[in-house]
Design a protein. Structure first.
Length: 132
């Protein structure tokens, strides 16, 4: 997924892997975050927001699911929870005080389009593991 994002985001965005975000009251390390700015912007601090945060629920889906509240409270525009075992992606958009106002679940035959970053879109089969 990182490779797909790197090819599709414009130069004004940076794709970060397993790097902290400094949010009010917490410092999560999402699997992937896409932030606007230059690498120099975070030489002495972590980004305080992101346009897109992605978690892959491999070990604890409950923990990954609970992060939606943290990301919404921080104003993260879009949160994707990838569930490889279920071959789905939960898409959260429109952060609000009581969580994300828009929530949808996409399946392996759907196409994922990022609402917060222009030009980012791909079929889910490109990121989900092959059926065994």
């Amino acid at each position: 997924m990182t490779e797909l994002l790197l090819r599709q985001v414009s130069e004004e965005f940076k794709v970060r892997r397993e790097s902290p975000l400094t949010l009010r009251g917490s410092e999560p390390e999402p699997d992937i975050s896409v932030v606007k700015g230059r690498w120099d912007d975070w030489a002495n601090t972590h980004p305080q927001t992101a346009h897109l945060v992605i978690e892959v629920a491999v070990t604890s889906e409950a923990i990954a699911e609970s992060k939606a509240e943290i990301y919404s409270e921080a104003g993260i525009a879009e949160y994707w929870l990838v569930r490889p075992g279920e071959r789905t992606v939960n898409v959260y958009r429109e952060p609000g005080r009581d969580g994300y106002l828009s929530r949808s679940i996409l399946g392996e035959h759907d196409r994922l389009r990022c609402a917060s970053i222009p030009g980012v879109e791909f079929p889910l089969v490109d990121i989900l593991p092959a059926h065994t």
